[in-house]
Design a protein. Structure first.
Length: 101
């Protein structure tokens, strides 16, 4: 069985035991969080409008961290315009412990 959860404006397909990197959550490592379910898959799939009622995904926070740095280059020809900036996105790694329906 799998579920599609929503976090940080994005959707992730998860199963029990998966470790997923989500947008930064306000929870300490070791805490348990409950995530909203958009779709439940398996033998009889359920699709929510917008969320599936009576289904929850429980996850344990593993760690907080920062992703790899990405660089953004801007360039305009013939005008001596060059800019380079970087960005590192914060994330929270969670382990899916239970999909309860």
């Amino acid at each position: 069985m799998f579920a599609v959860i929503q976090s940080g404006g994005k959707q992730y397909r998860v199963s029990e035991g998966d470790v997923v990197r989500l947008e930064l959550l306000k929870a300490e490592p070791g805490d348990s969080v409950e995530l909203p379910v958009v779709m439940l898959g398996g033998d009889n799939p359920k699709i929510g409008t917008p969320l599936v009622a009576g289904v929850s995904v429980k996850a344990e926070v593993v760690e907080h961290g920062k992703d790899k740095k990405i660089y953004i280059n801007k360039f305009k020809a013939k005008s001596n315009y060059r800019r380079r900036t970087g960005h590192r996105q914060n994330y929270t790694a969670v382990r899916i412990t239970e999909i309860a329906s």
